[in-house]
Design a binder for this molecule. Structure first.
Ligand code: NI
Ligand code: MN
Length: 222
């Protein structure tokens, strides 16, 4: 059993086997966040890139909880400079952790840190595979990722302007072919306004994936 909770914007909390995982913990200053950074718990924190709406409260939460930050080398260095636990990876890299293995995927987007690269993550939690796309454009190698990993859950941005919009995200779903998709990175601000019901309608009509919309604070079990 894995519990997936949406904490608004691109932040997700996953719980499995008494471990808590945070993805892109932007809580302070996030108008959609259902909890504060002080209330957040984590054993591992995944950070896709260093823009403020993704790196967010990572340093603060990692310092308080002792969580290990799994991220690209440049951001991991920043963590280590602050005395935090971090595991440096990079695009194309794969590593096995006690909870399963992590593959760092490409994401076409700014890194927010000198010399860095934005990324996404495919995490195989000992059999349940989550693809967190990160901030990215649509790219055809999502099809390749869907072929080499059987994706159970795809967490995909739909808000446009900085990332794919919902129509591009529907194509991404078709390429990655996940069992289930949950949209994110929309409606935090007017510039990324999007209708998740429209997204799910298009996913349902044009792909074989199931689409779920989580309101911030809501969760779903797999
Ligand atoms: Ni970004
Ligand atoms: Mn973003």
């Amino acid at each position: 059993m894995i519990l997936v909770k949406y904490l608004g914007h691109a932040c997700f909390q996953l719980e499995k086997d008494n471990l808590t995982f945070l993805f892109d913990p932007f809580l302070s200053g996030n108008p959609l966040a259902p909890i504060t950074a002080e209330e957040a718990d984590a054993d591992y924190i995944f950070v896709s890139h260093a823009h403020a709406d993704h790196l967010g409260d990572t340093y603060h939460i990692a310092a308080r909880t002792g969580a290990t930050v799994i991220t690209t080398a440049e951001i991991a260095s920043e963590c280590k400079n602050r005395g935090l636990n971090a595991h440096a990876m990079h695009v194309g890299g794969k590593h096995t952790f006690p909870f399963g293995y992590v593959r760092v995927t490409p994401a076409f987007h700014g890194s927010g840190i000198p010399g860095g690269h934005a990324c996404g993550f495919i995490v195989n939690f000992n059999g349940f595979t989550v693809y967190f796309a990160g901030d990215t454009s649509l790219f055809s190698d999502m099809k390749l990722l869907g072929e080499i990993e059987k994706i159970d859950l795809f967490l995909v941005p739909i808000g446009g302007n900085f990332t794919m919009d919902l129509d591009d995200a529907v194509h991404a779903v078709r390429l990655a072919a996940p069992a289930t998709v949950i949209p994110c990175h929309f409606n935090t601000w007017p510039v990324i306004a999007a209708d998740p019901a429209d997204f799910c309608d298009k996913v349902t009509k044009t792909t074989s994936s199931r689409c779920l919309v989580l309101t911030p604070g809501a969760g779903v079990e797999f």
